[in-house]
Design a protein around this ligand. Structure first.
Ligand SMILES: Cc1cc2nc3c(=O)[nH]c(=O)nc-3n(C[C@H](O)[C@H](O)[C@H](O)COP(=O)(O)OP(=O)(O)OC[C@H]3O[C@@H](n4cnc5c(N)ncnc54)[C@H](O)[C@@H]3O)c2cc1C
Length: 593
């Protein structure tokens, strides 16, 4: 592990007995709850807490009276240079860079909290900072050599150099491996870079790009490069005219015979796909933190509106259908917050297998904030629809969250297939164990007995993984739900793999159901852990946290029942046929005249 990350891990070390090699989410597929990685709920380290008090206060003072200016930036689609300079002056570009390189050395948990604060004012501000730290320069932090770090991190920390992440191309969106941008090895060891990237956040203001290009060689694999904006042949297009996050810079970035020295290869040649995925996984809590900040702002707006607005001689806050929306926004926000900070803790603690949990937190956070934006606008109704009020901008701004950094569809497939892959491996192991049993009985019986134990537990419920952590009795029923449905997930994965084998990769309707159950389980366990910690630490809001945990578990149980039942009883084939028919005709074919 590189020094920058080690530094962070040491500082966030808590007394927990975290098993850094284990993934909580992947173990759910085996019917197991890795308690050590869930309890007790992680706490912000003291140094971060102190820094955060100062930073959040400074952010509020700087942005609170700028709503007019921010609205104007949204209208024109640009942040003026003086505004970006003010963000630099506040240290917002050096949040996660170590002090040795001039940064603030915040943990990922604290970084996500800063983005929550900026997002409570304006999403474009968060995106400018977030695209720089979460993805733009994260590759230098994670994979940079000491020399690359010494060369680039100081100016990245001050914000003198802003960073951008260049993966997407016109033919390579979700299918990142389809990148065509080419880096040809020259005789002097340098590379000649050619190609065009699209929709690059910070593209118009960045001084440094992390670029993914196909290198020469028999299989032309992806390699990551650090490319400076000032080099000959590097250009960018005009700012895109976007639906939301309009003030953040989004442009094409073109590379025309750009000479990249060998020392600017990031990570190993041919390992660019791994670098890209590691950056995206590591950066996901930034987006999640931003979503939490946005949701808190929406709850504040919605409650004020509900109390102020009178209809039928009563504040609309008295009506059940308005109260229901406010309660749901609160449950969603608490759940998102619980999951995002759990994942940030995994990253800060040096966990090695957290990509599924990171994907879960991103999908849940982006879905939740879009629901919240929709409901807050609905509470404001006519006012909500008017540009004069903030709701329509927030609705536009949040729409991107389920599109970039991996679409929610792709991430759902990733969640399901990553979990099922390991289950599949044990089934394959089982098959070969059966074949092997006469040659190597001890090995064969070892696999069989573990499998038999799981099947016995899944069928009878005896031996179900119980959370042993000294659970407060008021949360026992909540814990029961997640224990029970963890076993159901294991059973369902087993069933699907037996039925479809390798063809499971083509069963997207089923993968979505499995992903949604996994999301409910992991997020629910994070909520449970947080509520448990609040009770234990005699938090004055503990009673509300118990209510939220109860609500989440009941809602999650209903969703899980529906999804699990849908695995056996569904209309997938009819849906698919109908889609096929409409796709063939290219339009909706009915009319009433
Ligand atoms: C404002 C903005 C900022 C961005 N910033 C950056 C950036 O800084 N750097 C960068 O590299 N990129 C950036 N992107 C690109 C972004 O990451 C891509 O838009 C995203 O990965 C999706 O790619 P696509 O738009 O080409 O959609 P497509 O891949 O064409 O997908 C279209 C639809 O099909 C679905 N789909 C695709 N494949 C499958 C499948 N196998 N199974 C099921 N469904 C599937 C998708 O989920 C989606 O709903 C940005 C995009 C936007 C809009």
């Amino acid at each position: 592990m590189n020094t920058e990350v080690t530094q962070q891990s040491e500082q966030t070390e808590t007394e927990s007995t975290l098993r850094t090699e284990l993934s909580v989410a992947k173990n759910l597929f085996f019917g197991e709850i890795v308690e050590e990685n869930l309890f007790p709920y992680p706490q912000m380290r003291e140094r971060d807490r102190e820094m955060l008090v100062m930073m959040t206060d400074a952010i509020d003072r700087f942005l609170a009276d700028k709503s007019e200016e921010l609205a104007e930036m949204d209208r024109v689609g640009e942040q003026p240079e003086e505004f970006v300079q003010a963000l630099r002056d506040m240290g917002l570009f050096g949040l996660i860079i170590g002090e040795t390189h001039g940064g603030l050395d915040l943990s990922n948990a604290a970084y996500a909290r800063v983005l929550a604060q900026t997002s409570s004012h304006d999403s474009s501000v968060s995106l400018t900072i977030g695209a720089h730290s979460s993805i733009g320069m994260k590759g230098v932090l994670l994979f940079g050599t000491d020399e690359q770090k010494a060369r680039y991190l100081p100016s990245l920390a001050s914000g003198e150099t802003i960073a951008a992440f260049c993966l997407t191309e016109s033919g390579a969106g979700s299918d990142a491996a389809a990148v065509r941008c080419k880096a040809s090895l020259q005789e002097d060891g340098s590379y000649l870079l050619n190609g065009e990237k699209i929709w690059i956040t910070n593209g118009g203001i960045a001084g440094l790009f992390t670029v993914f290009a196909r290198t020469d060689g028999p299989d032309g694999k992806l390699t990551a490069f650090i490319v400076e904006a000032g080099w000959e042949g590097v250009t960018h297009g005009p700012h895109e005219d976007k639906m939301g996050i309009r003030a953040s810079s989004t442009t094409t970035v073109a590379f025309n015979d750009v000479r990249v020295p060998a020392e600017n290869v990031l990570g190993k040649v041919g390992k660019g796909f791994k670098v890209a995925m590691a950056i995206l996984n590591n950066g996901r809590t930034g987006l999640g933190g931003g979503a939490v900040g946005g949701m808190k702002a929406l709850i504040k707006l919605a409650t004020a509106q509900a109390k102020d607005r009178k209809q039928f001689d009563r504040p609309i806050a008295e009506f059940g259908l308005v109260r229901e929306k406010i309660a749901q926004m609160t449950v969603d926000c608490f759940a998102t917050e619980s999951a995002v900070w759990m994942v940030a803790h995994y990253i800060d603690s040096g966990c090695t297998d957290y990509s599924v949990e990171a994907a879960i937190s991103k999908v849940f956070a982006s879905d939740a904030i879009q629901r919240a934006a929709h409901e807050a606008l609905q509470i404001a109704a006519g006012n909500g629809f008017m540009k004069e009020f903030p709701y329509e901008k927030i609705t536009r701004d949040t729409r991107i969250l389920s599109i970039f950094e991996g679409t929610n569809e792709i991430l759902r497939l990733y969640i399901a297939l990553s979990g099922m892959k390991d289950v599949g491996a044990t089934l394959t192991g089982l098959k070969s164990a059966v074949g092997d049993i006469f040659n190597s009985p001890i090995k064969g019986f070892g696999v069989l007995s573990a499998y038999a134990e799981r099947r016995f537990r899944d069928t009878t419920g005896i031996g179900t993984d119980r959370i042993e952590h000294n659970m407060d009795p008021r949360l026992r029923k909540v814990a029961d739900v997640f224990e029970r449905y963890t076993v159901q997930l294991s059973k369902a994965s087993d069933l699907l793999l037996r039925k479809h084998g390798k063809d499971i990769t083509e069963q997207q309707y089923q993968q979505k159901r499995i992903a949604d159950v996994t999301i409910d389980l992991f997020v629910g366990l994070c909520v449970l852990s947080r509520a448990e910690h609040m009770i234990r630490s005699e938090d004055k809001e503990a009673e509300s946290a118990i209510q939220i945990a109860e609500l989440f578990s009941k809602q999650a149980r209903r969703r899980m029942v529906r999804n699990l039942r849908g695995i056996r009883h569904n209309e997938d084939a009819i849906m698919d046929q109908l889609a096929g028919r409409i796709l063939e005709r290219g339009k909706y074919v009915w009319d009433v005249i």
